[in-house]
Design a binder for this molecule. Structure first.
Ligand code: HEC
Ligand code: HEC
Ligand code: HEC
Length: 433
């Protein structure tokens, strides 16, 4: 009898030990998925505790604040799995009201239930609880009433169901799951309709998916489709993996809103998942049927080399830019990005380019590429006309096919975007959180 009890206890002991092990794995899996979903980027205030919320987010009707999603009572500590799932995949808060779609639940609707369970395990057991009350939105009544959001959700949020792979390639299917689901790449990279929903939520929906957005906080999230001119047609799968993992490739450097995505999320993905994301993006066809590969044109480089600065913007380029980006526009591999053939320069909307010239940027450090490089801001050194000239020059040189920009385009952005800046900000690291 005594032996039996001991044997049972031993058995129970090992059974619960086993349960704990499984749990740890589930929590670890959830931590990885939370990286893939970049929950930390929105749910952490500047200098705030991780996941405690309070980050202000601009919407067309006013400022809202992300919420505390730590397992404290003031956060989601008393959420059941069902409550959590309702919020993350369905956009419905525990009290039954609809969440603002600043929380990307229309993308998260595609996450599998098993992955939701891992996320829940992580948020309940892997995240440190923080006591911090949520902040009300600054949206004035009557717009602050949440019931119209319910109508929006009924009209535009997709049905919540486990992701079903459509293609035959398992790697591309995994990429689709990550990009269309947790990665919520479309929340920034897909154009929105007047009623603010993304025009498409998956590759199957058509040519608008990831076709590039309107400016958000002074940056545009450009097309990720197969076009050479302004999409990813000229990028190899390997360059894409390098870019997402390290924030740089042999031709380009991350900036603007994408820097956060790389530093908080993509650099933590496994090489297998990054390859899946890259292969899936490379499977998206070009939007423009007349799309052509870039053809390098030597004219601008030759003129600069011969000291001929008669082209519009050439003299500004020589004085302010060529030291880093070089007269031939090829830059320095993995240090200063190339401008020749770079799709960033050939987007229809020049907002990002004007913005980076005015404000500068710092290539962020990642754990596999710790060195950072800074481009100074030129807001206090160049006039609107000079910025317009040099941006027009880089958009039209070395075979680039971007359209010219006007001094007025620059003036508009300078006044919208720069009013909060002082000359002391020049060249400083800017945070876009
Ligand atoms: C792009 C920004 C963004 C990202 C990314 C994001 N959230 Fe949110 N989330 C929000 C905002 C904003 C709210 C509050 C919306 C509101 O008040 O209507 C919110 C609300 C929530 C809520 C409801 C909380 C409550 O108080 O009921 C939960 C749960 C949640 N998010 C979990 C997550 C998880 C898990 C992830 C990652 C998989 C995530 N969020 C990623 C912006 C984001
Ligand atoms: C918060 C908004 C946001 C989200 C979410 C986002 N991006 Fe971006 N992305 C941007 C912006 C802004 C740019 C332009 C800056 C740049 O090129 O570095 C960009 C640029 C890129 C580029 C470089 C394109 C080029 O030609 O230089 C790639 C590749 C990219 N994003 C992939 C992704 C993928 C994959 C996801 C989802 C996992 C994603 N992005 C999610 C905002 C976002
Ligand atoms: C001191 C070196 C330096 C100088 C001078 C400089 N840049 Fe840059 N440039 C950089 C670095 C570094 C980046 C990457 C910034 C980032 O990742 O945020 C960059 C990025 C860019 C980009 C975005 C390209 C991409 O794919 O990341 C453009 C466009 C650009 N620079 C244009 C210019 C123009 C125009 C001038 C002159 C007015 C200029 N730069 C002067 C170093 C420089």
């Amino acid at each position: 009898m005594k032996n039996f009890v001991i044997a049972t206890l031993a058995l129970l002991g090992s059974a619960s030990l086993h349960a704990a092990e499984v749990d740890q794995n589930l929590i670890k899996q959830g931590a990885y998925l939370a990286r893939a979903g970049d929950c930390v980027a929105c749910h952490t205030a500047k200098n705030g505790k991780p996941f405690a919320g309070g980050l202000p987010m601009e919407t067309p009707i006013g400022t809202i604040y992300s919420t505390n999603i730590t397992p404290d009572k003031s956060g989601i500590g008393d959420y059941s799995f069902e409550d959590f799932d309702q919020a993350v995949r369905h956009g419905v808060a525990k009290n039954g009201s609809t969440l603002y779609p600043a929380m990307p639940y229309p993308s998260y609707a595609r996450v599998n239930k098993a992955d939701m369970q891992a996320l829940y395990a992580y948020f309940m057991h892997g995240v440190a609880p923080v006591a911090q009350d949520n902040q009300d939105s600054d949206i004035p009544w009557p717009l602050s009433m949440r019931w119209p959001l319910m109508g929006w959700r009924w009209l535009f949020a997709p049905k919540v169901e486990d992701f079903t792979a459509t293609g035959e390639d398992a790697v591309i299917n995994r990429g689709a799951y990550l990009v269309e689901g947790l990665g919520h790449c479309g929340a920034c990279h897909t154009p929105r309709a007047l009623t603010m929903q993304e025009k498409s939520l998956s590759a199957a929906d058509g040519k608008t998916f990831l076709a590039g957005s309107a400016p958000l906080e002074g940056w545009i999230a450009k097309s990720l489709r197969g076009d050479h001119k302004d999409g990813l047609g000229s990028w190899s799968e390997e360059q894409l993996v390098q870019f997402l993992k390290t924030g740089r490739s042999d031709r380009s450097a991350v900036f603007g809103g994408m820097s956060d995505v790389v530093t908080h999320s993509m650099q933590y993905m496994t090489d297998a998942d990054l390859t899946a994301i890259a292969r899936y993006l490379k499977s998206l066809p070009a939007s423009d049927p007349a799309d052509q590969p870039h053809q390098y044109d030597e004219k601008a480089a030759k003129a600069l080399w011969n000291g001929d600065d008669s082209l519009r913007g050439a003299s500004v380029y020589i004085d302010s830019c060529a030291a880093c980006h070089r007269t031939d526009g090829h830059g320095y591999t993995r240090v200063f990005p190339a401008l020749a053939g770079n799709p960033v320069l050939q987007t229809e909307d020049p907002t990002s380019l004007i913005h980076i010239v005015l404000k500068g940027g710092t290539l962020p450090a990642t754990h596999t590429a710790p060195s950072t490089f800074t481009m100074p801001g030129f807001a206090w050194r160049l006039s609107d006309q000079e910025v317009a000239d040099v941006v027009s020059f880089i958009r039209g040189s070395w075979g680039n096919k971007g359209t010219p920009v006007s001094a007025k385009d620059v003036a508009n952005l300078r006044s919208n975007d720069m009013e909060t800046m002082s000359p002391n900000d020049l060249g400083q690291v800017t945070e876009h959180q």
